[in-house]
Write a protein that binds this ligand. Sequence first.
Ligand code: 6A9
Length: 726
Amino acid sequence: LCGFGGYKFWSYKLSSRLYTPLNVPLVINRTESDMSRFWGSYRSNLYFGMRLYGWLKHDGSNFGSQEIVDHDFVLNTDFVKRLGGEHGGDWTARISGKEMGNPTQVVSLLFYATHEGQAQLQPVVNKKMPTELHGHSPELGSFTMYFASPPKIMYSSFLVTHTPNIHSVKDIVMRNIRMVKLKGQGKKQALSLAGHVTSRDQDGRELPPNLFVQHWTLQLPFVVEVAFESGSFLSRGERLLGPAFESLREFYSQQFDRKFEEKFSLTSKGFSEKQVQFAQAALSNLVGGIGYFYGSSKVISRFFKKPVDYWDSPLYTAVPSRPFFPRGFLWDEGFHQLLISQWDESISKDIIGHWLDLINIEGWIPREQILGDEARTKVPSDFVVQHNENANPPTLILPIKSMVDKGVLDEGYLRKIFPRLKAWFNWFNTTQLGNLPSTYRWHGRDANTEKELNPKTLTSGLDDYPRASHPSDDERHVDLRCWMAFAAGLMANIADAVGEKSDAFLYRSTSDYLSDNKLLDKYHWSPKAEFYSDYGNHTKLVKLVQRSVQPSQPGNPKKTVRIVTSKQGPSLKFVNAFGYVSLFPFLLQILDPASPKLEKILKDLKDPERLWSEYGLRSLSKSDFLYQKYNTEHDAPYWRGAIWININYLAVRALDYYASNTGPYQSMAKDIYTDLRRNLISNIFREYQRSGFIWEQYDDIAGNGKGSHPFTGWSSLVVVMMSEHI
Ligand code: 6A9
């Protein structure tokens, strides 16, 4: 491997590894995959652009009930499924509208049916009204959709045509829509679709119709139903319309209530009906937001000048927020699955399997999954490309651990995921090392930026949380070290469970080594600040100032830059920012229950001048110099004070652990557990009652929700805190 030719060959080999899948069998075998979840509300991004909406109930497999509140009417969308045959069975969707203060309000409803692959759709039109839609495709076999003609129709029309892809549907519909006068209704107008519209390819050949749109203009209140029947389902009972639909819906709805109580025991714990409904909505939105995506990420490594495509793959995943982030995020997903696995572990196994199948031969999983063109239309181009040196906390190990502890993961599943977890662990343990043994460093910080007050660490998940002011290879990050210690422990358990003795031995010794509190303290306990801390090239003496770009230019244009205000500049030291990062040895339970450092941590987090608020733990101490500071002229503080529910959940869980494991600080942990849990639940519930939303973060001074909403990703962990099935 010496000489120029050798180098080229070597770099070629390394570069193609970026888009080469790990060569072990997939966890998810698509041909054997479970047809019971074939159909579902899997398009997370379709959310209806209205004021309030959300799933009130959704079981993740057979049933969902959603409410959408517009300005002067309410829409309810309900679906039920019935399994049978070889193609995922039947389903019915019901859309009903109610008026809210404006009795003359009229609603136009457009129901779309389309298919991305090869499918033909053929409506049966009866007196100008389609009553059925016939279709056939390789995946679906043959099927029929029935449209129950609703009463109170003022006008209806339809469109049958060809669309090249799903994200052009809206344009095509807009092109084929016009306004018509309603007969005998004075000046009143309605939308009208163009009926059959032939589209042709470049050579003039007719393209097969694969888009059908049914439109109704309706008076409120109304009910519209559409039933899908799968051709291979031969022994169905009554068609799922009208009373048959309603009774199945009612059956599933009651089953949902029963299962919810069985799993979370909220009623028996004394929560009110309103609180239970809130918790049901939190779970249902997380489960109902689950999407099925397909496509490839744009990825890059240092061996490429331009981004390349990862391989095409499916991803079944929950999403942080349907309107704002309708796609998979690696570290969010671990938190999502902590709740979902308590509801239905088969969904979690499926989702975790899909994520682990995205691992490449290097052992890397891209952090943000923007798969395919449709997903990319939602993301600014700067954020699309994923770099193979960038990590994100391996939180999938949290639900895996809790399922392993409960004994719900069979050996076959563990055998499938183990080689993938090994590759993943190994990737972290080689690419994210610090300079000293047993230390770790998040890569991907920008050492050359002059705009940021403290350069962001997006890879850690805690974006603008303060780290060393001057990114360098000498950094060591305490949160990553704790993730690794935790991961090594789980790997040892799984290796034991699948009978891999030598792996078990190695992981156990790695876990013991990384969990050694003496070593942890040596590298991360700041004797001066008396808390756990990152270490690196750092100074607190920085500020943002306005600088002239070119004083001679008219208007004297300025830009905002960071300057170091001390002569000495940065030096190697502990960063000493107290907040979520300092808590990690406690959060991930690496800290010995008998350690006096636990007492110090508990006191500090209870201190209102530091992390304690009536609404949860703030991300950064109120007395830190970066508390609530802008990071650039335009970047508002994000993880610099606000209350985040994922980390608060970890805190509640750690308090539960230290309260139930023998040690001198047990009762102290118990008291804080009680207070923190109560504060979080009552504030998230109060904000939901006030605003109708669950939020991305909560304000540490007033408790109000902030950021993206609805955000029923990790904030839904409130349900787990309510149930105390921590
Ligand atoms: C930017 C904007 C219309 C930021 O919940 C997802 C992530 C978390 O993983 C991370 O820890 N959120 C947290 O700090 C939201 C990130 C959104 C990035 C996308 C593009 C375009 O959206």
